[in-house]
Design a protein around this ligand. Structure first.
Ligand code: ACO
Length: 428
C-alpha cells in the first residue's frame, strides 16, 4: 500500500517534509512548518474564489459534478423529488434522516404553526417603496426577525436553535408572499393552517376575495418538487456566506439574511431572473444564433449556463424540464420555451460551450416554469430562497457542531505599498 503522504522538497532550504493526505486533501496548516528561514511566517496557499479548497467536512449533500450526481444525505435527488414532500426533504437535510410518520406529522405541524408574522414585521414591510425589489425586501425582513426573536442569539442551545429553524422555515413563504403582494399593492393574506406548505404559499400569494383558496394540485406539487431541487447544494456561494457569518456566532436570522443577500446576485440565484430578461431580449428563435455569437466573443454571458461544479449536466435541470411539461399541460406552453430549447440545442453543439463544459444549470428552465405559473421574474430568486433556507440552516448547524471550525478568517497576500511617510494635505 502506498503511504498516504505528500513529500515536499523545499528547494530554498533543501528541507523535506511529509504532509499527511486524508480524503484526498492536505491540511494547509501543515504547510506552515515550511519556512524559508528563521522569522519566516511559513508557507500559505493562494486560492481566490476557493477553486480548490475544502472549507469544511460535510455530511449533508454529495455532488459529483463530472457524473451529474446530486444526493441529499445519500439519497439521489431524483428519488426524493419523486417520492417526498419538500418538508420531508427539509427534515432530512436538517436532521440527517428521513422522518418517520409521527416525526413528519409533528414537524409539519410545527412548521405550520410558525408561518405567521408578528404584526410589527408586517408594518416593517409596508415601509418599502411600491417598486422595491422583492429580494431586497426579503433580505431586510429576515434580518428584522432578529429583533423580534432576541432569544435566537443563544445559538449554543440546541432547543433554541431548533425553534429558530422552525420559525425561519415557517415564515419564509409568508415573507416571500408579502413582498409580492406589497409590490402589487394588494392586502396581505394570513397563512391558512389547513393547507400544505406550498398550497399555503400559493394562498398567501394569490387569494383574493374568495373565502377559501384552492390551489391547483398539479401546480402545488410542481412547486413542491422545485423546492426539493433547491433545498441544498453544498458549499455554494450563499452556503459559504451562511457558514462564514454564522462562524462569528451571529444569530441565525442575520446569517440567513446574509446568505439570501449572496443568493440574490446574478451569478448565483439571481440568474433565474436574468434568464428571463435574456429570453425577452432575444425575442424569437431565429435570433438565437446571433445571440450565441455575441456570447462567444465575450460580449455577453449565457445566463443559466455554466456551473462551478457541474461540468457534465446539472441533474436538477433534467427534473425541471419534466416539471415544465407538467405545468404546461395546465397553462399551455410558455412561448419562451421555444427560445430556451433552441439556445440549449445550439449551445450544446457548439465548440465554445463543449470545450468549456457549459451546460444548462438549475436556473435555465426554472424561470420559464415560474413565469408560466404566474410569477413575475422579480420574485424568482425569492422562490429559490424559500427552500434553500433549509440547506443554509443545515450548513449552519453542522458548522456549529464541528470542533474543527472557528471564526472564518482567510489570510491575504499583501501587495500594497511598503511603509511610507505621511504627506500633509497641503503637500499632496
Ligand atoms: N456564458 C458564456 N461563457 C461562460 C459562461 C456563460 N454562462 N459561464 C462560464 N463561461 C466561460 C467563461 O467566460 C470562461 O471562459 P474562458 O476560459 O475563455 O475565460 C469559462 O467558461 C470558465 O468560466 P468561469 O467563469 O471560470 O467559471 P466559474 O466556475 O468561475 O463560474 C458561473 C461559474 C458563475 C456559474 C458561470 O458559469 C456563470 O457566470 N454563469 C452564468 C450565471 C448563472 O447561470 N449562474 C447560476 C449558477 S447556478 C446557481 O448558482 C444556482
Amino acid at each position: 500500500m502506498p503511504k498516504e503522504v505528500l513529500s515536499i522538497l523545499d528547494e530554498r532550504t533543501h528541507a523535506t517534509y511529509e504532509i499527511p493526505i486524508q480524503n484526498g486533501t492536505i491540511r494547509t496548516m501543515d504547510l506552515r512548518q515550511i519556512q524559508s528561514g528563521p522569522g519566516d511566517f511559513g508557507l500559505m496557499t493562494y486560492d481566490p474564489a476557493f477553486m480548490n479548497t475544502a472549507s469544511c467536512q460535510s455530511a449533508i449533500t454529495f455532488i459529483d459534478g463530472d457524473k451529474g450526481i446530486l444526493r441529499y444525505r445519500g439519497y439521489p435527488i431524483e428519488q426524493l423529488a419523486e417520492k417526498c414532500s419538500f418538508l420531508e426533504v427539509a427534515y432530512l437535510v436538517l436532521f440527517g434522516e428521513l422522518p418517520t410518520a409521527p416525526q413528519l406529522k409533528e414537524w409539519v405541524g410545527a412548521i405550520t404553526h410558525h408561518t405567521m408574522l408578528h404584526e410589527t414585521t408586517k408594518k416593517f414591510l409596508e415601509g418599502f417603496r411600491y417598486d422595491a425589489h422583492p429580494m431586497g425586501m426579503l433580505v431586510s425582513t429576515v434580518a428584522a426577525l432578529s429583533t423580534v426573536y432576541p432569544d435566537a442569539r443563544n445559538i449554543h442551545d440546541p432547543e433554541v436553535r431548533k425553534l429558530q429553524i422552525m420559525r425561519l422555515i415557517g415564515k419564509m413563504p409568508t415573507i416571500a408572499a408579502y413582498t409580492y403582494r406589497h409590490s402589487l399593492g394588494y392586502p396581505y393574506v394570513y397563512p391558512d393552517n389547513d393547507l400544505s406548505y406550498t398550497e399555503n404559499f400559493m394562498n398567501m400569494l394569490w387569494k383574493m376575495a374568495e373565502p377559501k383558496y384552492a390551489a391547483n394540485a398539479i401546480m402545488a406539487r410542481v412547486l413542491d418538487i422545485l423546492f426539493i431541487l433547491h433545498a441544498d447544494h453544498e458549499q455554494n456561494c450563499s452556503a459559504n456566506v451562511m457558514r462564514s457569518v454564522g462562524s462569528s456566532h451571529a444569530d441565525p436570522f442575520l446569517a440567513t439574511a446574509a446568505a439570501a443577500a449572496a443568493l440574490s446576485g446574478p451569478l448565483h440565484g439571481g440568474a433565474n431572473e436574468e434568464v428571463l430578461k435574456m429570453l425577452d431580449e432575444i425575442g424569437s428563435k431565429d435570433r438565437v444564433p446571433a445571440y450565441i455569437e455575441k456570447v462567444k466573443v465575450g460580449e455577453l454571458k449565457l445566463m443559466g449556463f455554466g456551473h462551478r461544479i457541474y461540468k457534465n449536466y446539472d441533474p436538477r435541470a433534467r427534473i425541471i424540464k419534466w416539471a415544465a411539461d407538467k405545468v404546461f399541460e395546465v397553462t399551455g406552453r410558455n412561448p419562451k420555451l421555444e427560445i430556451a430549447l433552441e439556445l440549449e440545442r445550439i449551445a450544446l453543439d457548439d465548440e465554445y460551450f463543449i470545450r468549456r463544459m457549459l451546460y444548462p444549470n438549475v436556473d435555465f428552465y426554472s424561470g420559464i416554469i415560474y413565469q408560466a405559473m404566474g410569477f413575475k421574474p422579480e420574485i424568482f430568486t425569492v422562490l429559490f430562497a424559500i427552500p434553500r433556507t433549509a440547506g443554509w440552516l443545515a450548513q449552519w448547524q453542522e458548522m456549529l457542531a464541528d470542533s474543527d471550525q472557528k471564526i472564518a478568517r482567510p489570510r491575504q497576500i499583501y501587495i500594497g505599498s511598503a511603509e511610507r511617510e505621511f504627506v500633509p494635505l497641503e503637500k499632496r
